[in-house]
Write a protein that binds this ligand. Structure first.
Ligand code: SF4
Length: 190
């Protein structure tokens, strides 16, 4: 097999939608961007799902503030370190890192948007949880894991493009992303 020398990094649940919080996307890999990436012979590196690692499958959906603490950030750095090392090696050997595909709306893997809100505590009337839940908003900021990844790549002087699928619809936007990736591949061949 001929090497394409083209690589993307993807959020864990793009390859395995089963990792997502219950109630979000249904597992339907038939329509996934993964198939398009494979059709273009683009190598795929799956990033870790730190939310699932730390809180399991029965976790609640969370906002950015709930993940923004040192233990979570440390875990991100620890799990991303071997991936960044791979990326550095591919880059050094002349492979093209076409981009990182995250998930907008995720507090960990968001690229352009993450959920923000004053969420914490028991589900009881004392903390007025229904008001708390309804105060969630989308903030134009990356998720915690993506933020850590960005910092780690910058430290290695690696500039990478960032793309996002959508937390609610994993298949929306995929054509736009593929168009951008294909245009970068064709520029390489010029
Ligand atoms: S968006 Fe990130 S944190 Fe959320 S399920 Fe996917 S991989 Fe896990």
């Amino acid at each position: 097999m001929k090497r394409s020398r083209q690589i993307v990094l993807v959020a864990n649940c793009i390859l395995n939608p089963n990792a997502k919080v219950y109630g979000l996307v249904q597992s339907d890999l038939k329509n996934s961007i993964i198939k398009d990436l494979m059709d273009e012979n683009i190598g795929i590196i799956q990033m870790p799902c730190i939310e699932m690692e730390m809180c399991g499958l029965r976790r609640w959906g969370q906002v950015r503030e709930q993940l923004d603490h040192e233990a979570f950030r440390n875990r991100c750095r620890k799990r991303l370190k071997p991936i960044v090392q791979q990326v550095c090696d591919f880059d050094k050997q002349g492979y093209k890192i076409l981009g990182i595909i995250g998930i907008d709306g995720s507090p960990a893997c968001g690229i352009h948007f993450t959920p923000t809100g004053d969420w914490y505590g028991e589900f009881n009337s004392e903390l007025n949880y229904s008001d708390r839940i309804s105060n969630m908003q989308m903030e134009p900021a990356p998720g915690i894991m993506i933020q850590e990844l960005e910092t780690m790549l910058k430290r290695k002087n690696l500039t990478v493009k960032y793309y996002a699928l959508n937390e609610v619809d994993l298949y929306e936007n995929k054509n736009k992303i593929m168009q951008a990736l294909r245009s970068d591949i064709s520029k390489e061949g010029e």
